[in-house]
Design a protein around this ligand. Structure first.
Ligand code: ARG
Length: 463
């Protein structure tokens, strides 16, 4: 029997009694951290090659380790690996199996290494992979939004402030607002990646190691951007995980805002859009219902991801240097954050592709709220009135339109001229929704020409 099989019976000769089952279960992480297995093996192989290059282990040892790890990889992929709670975590499980398979070479692997720098390396390698997946998915969501925007550049919807009709905007312009948000999310996560992608190995337990390790070469082998420069920091801080979760929370908040709009817009009271049936569910009692479950759940799951950010940042706050077992608690929130974000982005990229826009309903809603009142004020300003006076005059016009139960553009010219003699029949150009839209032909504005220019810019960037 190898020394690890009974690890928790007693760690070493130093321990006089075994762990209780409850403590074993409480302290073990294998049933969630086993998902780090690939990173664990990758890190171990890079470490072992370097040990051999440095003459710290023999060429035959390296050979044995590589052979053993190849078999372990196969066993895990085939679902045949026997994960043991007794062996606490992914690291000890793999190392024990390696030793079982190849003997002494397996026992040499841990030379110059501690689980402290090992786990920090594994989490970073795993997270780097997740970041790359998430970044690509953020790109997919942006592309879906740009497509939707392009199909609807000319569709006019009411733009809102305070959820009150404010000014008409292009539906395409509204979608591009989210593209901006997801572009920033992609930037943010790329920035996090730079700090994730640094190598802790070589820090050992906390102080570095007395073996002549070549840390830089391990970093290169693992395609990392450099090595952590302080051993105490390398094994103890999880700020990179907190940062990732913060970036993920912001992305989820963007998703959640979009979700809220989708929920509103699909309701009968708006009827602005339709979501493809496959993203909605029916009701068990009300046969007429089609509920926007996917956006609602995304809005709900945002709370969960923000919760993970709170969990991780709180996990860190009271820890003295260097490694503490508290850090084992970084994994579940981190895993769940990545899983939730990936699934949400995947489903959104698809769902956005299946949105149909109800252009008439949007235009009608824009006409109901005096969305062109600002345009009338701007018209008067162009005729020489100070803006504040124009604003006041238009308030009277809106009041009159309200009492006639009509839009500003439906007031007869004589009535409009009653508010100010400088009003002429060209006023109807600016009172129309389309006139208002076209007038906002400024960089970042909602005029279709501007929206098309932005679409072209995004397309080039996302290609
Ligand atoms: N499972 C542990 C973790 O996730 C690995 C590191 C354990 N180190 C230690 N000194 N107990 O953090």
């Amino acid at each position: 029997m190898n020394q690890f099989d009974k690890k928790s019976e007693a760690w070493s000769a130093l321990f006089s009694e075994p762990m209780s089952d409850l403590v074993k279960r409480y302290t073990a992480s294998v049933f969630f951290d086993k998902r780090l297995w690939k990173a664990d093996i990758e890190g171990s192989l890079a470490h072992a090659s370097m040990l051999a290059r440095q003459g710290i282990i023999g060429a035959q040892d390296l050979n044995d380790i590589e052979r053993g790890m190849a078999q372990i990889t196969q066993e895990i992929e085939a679902g045949q690996f026997d994960w043991k709670l007794d062996l606490e975590d992914v690291h000890l499980n793999i190392e024990a199996r390696l030793t079982q398979l190849v003997g002494d070479a397996g026992k040499r692997l841990h030379t110059g290494r501690s689980r402290n720098d090992q786990v920090a390396t594994d989490v970073r390698l795993w997270l780097r992979g997740e970041i790359d997946l998430i970044s690509a998915l953020l790109g997919d969501v942006q592309k879906a939004l740009v497509d939707l925007a392009e199909r609807n550049v000319e569709v006019i919807m009411p733009g809102f402030t305070h959820l009150q009709v404010a000014q008409p905007v292009s539906f395409g312009h509204h979608m591009l607002a989210y593209v901006e948000m997801f572009e920033r999310d992609q930037d943010r996560i790329a920035d996090v990646r730079k700090r994730v992608n640094r190598l802790p190995l070589g820090a050992a337990a906390l102080a570095g190691t007395s073996y002549p390790l070549d840390r830089e070469s391990v970093a290169r082998a693992l395609e990392m951007d450099g090595v952590c420069q302080n051993s105490l920091d390398a094994v103890s801080d999880r700020d990179f995980a907190i940062e990732f979760t913060a970036a993920a929370s912001i992305a989820m908040v963007h998703i959640s805002r979009l979700s809220e709009e989708l929920v509103l817009w699909t309701s009968q009271n708006f009827s602005f859009i339709k979501i493809a049936d496959r993203f909605t569910t029916g009701s068990s009692i009300m046969p007429q219902k089609k509920n926007p479950d996917v956006p609602e759940l995304a809005r709900g799951k945002t709370g969960r991801v923000v919760g993970h950010l709170m969990g991780l940042i709180t996990l860190m706050k009271g820890q003295p240097l260097a490694y503490n077992k508290d850090n084992q608690e970084d994994k579940e929130p981190l895993f769940d954050t990545a899983d939730t974000l990936k699934d949400t982005l995947r489903i959104f990229a698809e769902m956005i592709g299946g949105i149909t826009v109800q252009a008439e309903a949007m235009e009608k809603a824009a006409l109901r709220g005096y969305a062109t009142a600002t345009d009338l004020a701007d018209y008067l300003v162009k005729k020489g009135l100070p803006f504040r006076d124009a604003h006041e005059i238009v308030a009277h016009a809106v009041k009159a339109a309200t009492s006639h139960n009509c839009d500003l553009s439906e007031l007869p010219l004589t009535v409009l001229q009653g508010f100010h003699p400088k009003i002429d029949k060209d006023v109807y150009d600016v009172l129309s929704l389309r006139g208002s839209l076209n007038a906002r032909d400024i960089l970042g504005g909602t005029a279709p020409a501007q929206v098309r220019a932005q679409i072209a810019r995004h397309r080039a960037r996302l290609a």
